[in-house]
Write a protein that binds this ligand. Structure first.
Ligand code: NIG
Ligand code: FE
Length: 411
C-alpha cells in the first residue's frame, strides 16, 4: 500500500537516520522542506522531497496537503495513563487552600488512587485506560511510556502492568512499560518504610522481570517519599534484571536524585522543577535525557523546569505530559508544547524537537520514531491549514490537528 502526500506546505523535522537526539544549541534548528511530498509504503516512510522534484510516482492513495504542515507524531515519554477513577475532589480541595503535600499527608494523593485501583477490576481499568490512550492518539501522540505505581501491592502492581501489556498488544503505537512500585509508601507501611522497599525489591521486582512486564524502573525520589539511598538500592537491584532507570526527581526538592540517576546511567531523569547548579552540571557528558513536564507545573502551580539553563548548558531536553489523576489530568502534548514556549521560554523549534525526537530518545525509540526519516515508521500528524508551525504553540488550546497516522494508517 502506497500513500503519497503532496503540496505539503512544510514537512517538519526531516533528519538523517543517525541523529537520535538533539542537544543544546542544536535544538534551535528544526530542519524541514517547504512545498514537499512524502511517500508512505505500508508502515514506513519510503521517500520525500521538494514538489519540484516529484517525478512520476505510483500510489494507491494521494492526499493533497495544500496549506497544511506535516510533522512526526508526539512522543510522550512520561505518563501514568493506566489508573482508575479520578481525583477531582482533591482539585477542589486545592482551590480551597489545601496544598498537594497536605492532601497527600491526609492519605489522599497517590494513596487515594492506589485504593481505587486496588478495588477496580483489571478489565475496568483497561477500559478506562484505553479510552484515555485513544484520546491522546487523536491529539497527535504516536508513542508513549506508561508507568505502574498506583498498585502499591504485589497483586495490584502486576495488575497495572498487565493492563499496560494489553494496551501494547491492542494498539498500533509503541508503548513502553515502567515499573514504579516505589511511588509512595502504602498506609500499612507508614511506620516501617524500609519493609516496603524490601517488598518492592525482593518480591515484586523479580516477578515483574520474570513475567517480562516492564522495560524500565522508576522511583519517586523526593522528601516524604523515597530517599537517595532507596534509589541506589532499587536501581542496583533492577539492573540485575536489565531494567533501565527513568526516574522521578527534583519535583519539589533537590535532594541528589539527578546524580543518583546519572550514576546508574538512567535513560531519563524527569520533572526537574527544582534544579540546583550541581544538578545541571552532573548531567553534562552523560547519555541521560532530562525531561520536563510543564502541564504538571501548570496544574499544581509549582515552578517550571529551567529549560533555558538546561539547554544553555549544552544539554538535551525532552517534553512529556505526566498524564495522571493527581498532578496532571491531561495527556495533551499540544498544550505541553505551548506551555514550554509560553512559560519556559523555549522557542517553537526547541519545543517541537523536545516533544518528538528527544521524547523518542527517552523511550529508546528514536531509531524508529521521532523524525521524518527514510525507513522510519510512518507516524505523523497532518495539521489543518495553518499559517506556520509557530502557530501550533501560539494558538494554545486550539486543536490544529486534522489527522494522525500511526504505522502508515489513519486513526
Ligand atoms: O509524576 N510525582 C509523582 N507522581 C506523579 C503524581 C502522582 C499523583 O499525584 O497521583 C507525578 O506528578
Ligand atoms: Fe510522573
Amino acid at each position: 500500500m502506497k500513500t503519497l502526500l503532496t503540496n505539503i506546505k512544510d514537512l517538519l523535522q526531516v533528519r538523517e537516520p543517525d541523529i537520535l537526539k538533539v542537544s543544546g544549541a542544536e535544538m534551535k534548528e528544526l530542519p524541514g522542506i517547504k512545498n514537499a511530498w512524502l511517500l508512505i509504503e505500508d508502515d514506513r516512510i519510503a521517500d520525500f522531497g521538494h514538489m519540484d522534484q516529484l517525478g512520476k510516482l505510483d500510489a494507491d492513495e494521494r492526499i493533497d496537503c495544500s496549506g497544511k504542515i506535516v510533522l512526526p507524531t508526539w512522543c510522550d515519554s512520561h505518563t501514568h495513563i493506566v489508573y482508575a477513577g479520578n481525583r477531582e475532589q482533591e482539585f477542589a480541595d486545592r482551590i480551597n487552600g489545601l496544598s498537594y503535600e497536605e492532601i497527600a499527608n491526609r492519605g489522599g494523593g497517590i494513596l487515594n488512587s492506589a485504593q481505587t485501583l486496588q478495588e477496580t477490576s483489571e478489565e475496568e481499568i483497561y477500559q478506562q485506560s484505553a479510552k484515555r490512550l485513544e484520546e491522546v492518539m487523536q491529539l497527535g501522540t504516536g508513542a508513549v511510556e506508561i508507568k505502574s505505581g498506583y498498585g502499591l501491592s504485589e497483586e495490584a502492581e502486576l495488575k497495572m502492568l498487565r493492563v499496560i501489556r494489553k494496551l501494547k498488544e491492542n494498539y498500533e503505537l509503541p508503548v513502553k512499560a515502567t515499573f514504579l512500585g516505589a511511588h509512595a509508601i502504602p498506609k500499612e507501611y507508614k511506620e516501617k518504610p524500609a519493609a516496603y522497599m524490601d517488598l518492592v525489591i525482593d518480591e515484586i521486582l523479580p516477578k515483574v522481570a520474570e513475567q517480562n512486564l516492564a522495560e524500565y524502573i522508576d522511583i519517586f525520589c523526593e522528601k516524604g517519599y523515597f530517599s537517595v539511598d532507596d534509589t541506589h538500592r532499587l536501581l542496583s537491584a533492577a539492573k540485575e534484571y536489565g531494567l533501565k532507570p527513568k526516574i522521578h526527581v527534583n519535583q519539589f526538592n533537590s535532594i541528589g536524585g539527578v546524580k543518583a540517576g546519572v550514576e546508574h546511567n538512567a535513560l531519563s531523569v524527569d520533572h526537574l522543577e527544582v534544579m540546583k547548579k550541581e544538578d545541571i552540571k552532573v548531567l553534562k557528558g552523560t547519555n541521560t535525557m532530562p525531561v520536563a513536564l510543564p502541564s504538571c507545573s501548570l496544574f499544581l502551580s509549582i515552578p517550571y523546569t529551567p529549560a533555558r539553563e538546561i539547554m544553555e548548558a549544552g544539554l538535551p531536553l525532552a517534553l512529556a505530559t505526566d498524564f495522571n489523576p493527581g498532578s496532571t489530568p491531561s495527556g495533551n502534548m499540544n498544550l505541553v508544547v505551548s506551555l514550554a514556549c509560553i512559560k519556559m521560554k523555549m522557542t517553537p523549534e526547541e519545543a517541537i524537537n523536545a516533544a518528538t525526537l528527544n521524547g523518542a530518545y527517552a523511550m529508546e525509540l528514536s531509531e524508529e520514531y521521532g523524525s521524518i526519516t527514510r525507513q522510519k515508521k510512518a507516524n505523523f500528524i497532518i495539521t489543518k491549514e495553518i499559517p506556520s508551525y509557530t502557530f501550533l504553540p501560539y494558538a494554545f488550546g486550539t486543536n490544529s490537528i486534522e489527522s494522525v497516522y500511526i504505522n502508515g494508517k489513519k486513526i
